[in-house]
Design a protein. Structure first.
Length: 446
């Protein structure tokens, strides 16, 4: 389709900014969400699920980097699936990506509200959550360089916060606490814990969506993905042991006297450390907000690009594919995503929203990896500045584990899987009826 008259996205992102975005997209997963998997899997079950997920993300990220460097476009998985598998699968891959990126921020907004509520208990959690949407959507509208610079700053602060948290809790680590009730639901608990283990790394693939705004993307996207993943794996392992080892997994799930799971596990762990002053705990909580904001802000950025690309190529209303003349950012896509996010917030279901986002992510991973295999077969001479090592073994592992996780989530969350399918296939029916059958040639862009 002809987009020559559209203002172009600006190439301003450097390798350091990409590291900040890659870590920032994900780092909220260290501050909350993962603890919701502990009642399902216990310490051991959650640890095994996390190990599976680390292998999955390591192999998938290398595979996805090949695609991002070969086709550096804002649409990410949508573009890869469209070129490899055609418009229908391109639409499904793009919708899965939209579901992941649009539903992840509301879950993070809940946690922002929960953390801030520990500092300002007189203010309703939802007020903080909705306010965050307006503030950080506005920052994203102002410009990608400003957004990425801000993301880098708050990501560095968030990493420092995790280091500070670990330095306060690890001296009090005890194996006896860590091993308490380690597998409460048996082997099935491992599979039930998978979506919350995925939350540790969910959305790192969003780096591909800013490839069009990256200086020398064929080189710098590789650096961004690799450095970000390495950082996140270390933070994941250290945070998990530092949190659960203080007083057992139940202490970072349920506040004292409560039966409802908390969205603020790190403050709960700190509260079990003897001798810590309340002011120091509040300091760590305040820094923790930066970690949540880093992911919230970063995923809003990536989601805006994914929705924008859908509008730009005619798979969604055309206004979503327009760029601000002055800001050179996808204003309408950002505002549209914010509206859906706020509606999701009103449901009050953090765990369910996380699971739906994971369904979108895993569907994206499966389709993207299949696209890699198809592109290698059908387009062997396509320029590939980066090639995944040990092909086809590494992408096959990524595909197998992604599919395993997707099936496991569907088996243990049938109701949410049904909702995900509705979110995926109702728009697909509209695409099939109103776009694809009537306008096949116009949809065959490269």
């Amino acid at each position: 389709m002809d987009n020559q008259k559209q203002p172009a996205l600006q190439k301003t992102l450097t390798p350091l900014m990409l590291w900040g975005l890659g870590v920032g997209y994900v780092i909220s997963g260290m501050y909350f969400g993962w603890n919701l998997g502990l009642p399902e899997g216990g310490t051991l079950g959650m640890a095994i699920a996390t190990f599976i997920v680390i292998i999955m993300y390591s192999t998938f990220t290398f595979s996805y980097t090949e695609l991002a460097c070969s086709l550096p476009k804002a649409g990410g998985a949508f573009i890869y699936a469209h070129k490899a598998l055609g418009p229908r699968w391109g639409f499904i891959g793009g919708m899965a990506q939209n579901i992941e990126f649009i539903f992840a921020p509301p879950a993070i907004a809940f946690a922002i509200g929960a953390y801030l509520n520990t500092l300002f208990p007189e203010t309703n959690t939802l007020v903080f959550a909705i306010g965050s949407y307006f503030i950080f959507t506005f920052i994203n509208i102002l410009g990608v360089q400003l957004a990425a610079t801000f993301e880098l700053l708050i990501t560095v602060i968030a990493v420092i916060g995790l280091i500070l948290f670990s330095s306060l809790t690890l001296p009090h680590f005890e194996w006896s606490s860590f091993q308490q009730n380690s597998l409460p639901n048996g082997v099935s608990g491992i599979f039930k814990a998978l979506p919350f283990a995925i939350w540790f790394f969910l959305a790192i693939e969003g780096l591909a969506n800013v490839a069009e705004e990256t200086k020398n993307p064929q080189k710098n996207i590789v650096l961004g993905f690799n450095r970000a993943l390495f950082t996140l794996v270390i933070l994941c392992v250290v945070t998990y042991f530092a949190s659960v080892g203080v007083s057992g997994w139940q202490a970072v799930v349920f506040p004292s006297g409560a039966t409802e799971a908390s969205d603020a596990p790190l403050p709960l762990a700190l509260s079990k450390v003897p001798g810590l002053s309340p002011s120091l705990i509040k300091t760590v909580v305040a820094i923790g907000v930066f970690g949540l904001v880093a992911s919230f802000h970063g995923i809003i950025l990536a989601a805006g690009r994914a929705t924008f690309e859908f509008g730009r190529v005619g798979y969604a209303p055309s206004f979503l594919g327009k760029i601000g003349e002055k800001t050179k950012t996808p204003i309408y896509a950002l505002i549209f995503n914010m509206m859906i996010g706020i509606v999701s917030l009103l449901t009050g279901k953090t765990g369910e929203i996380i699971t739906i986002a994971c369904f979108g992510a895993l569907t994206l991973y499966v389709i993207s990896t299949v696209s890699l295999f198809r592109l290698r077969k059908d387009h062997p001479k396509m320029e590939r500045p980066f090639k995944v090592m040990a092909y086809p073994i590494v992408p096959f592992i990524a595909l197998a584990l992604s599919f395993l996780c997707l099936i496991s989530l569907a088996i243990y969350n049938p109701g949410l899987f049904f909702i995900f399918l509705l979110l995926l296939f109702i728009p697909f029916l509209g695409f099939e009826i109103f776009l694809y059958r009537k306008n096949k040639k116009a949809l065959s862009f490269s």
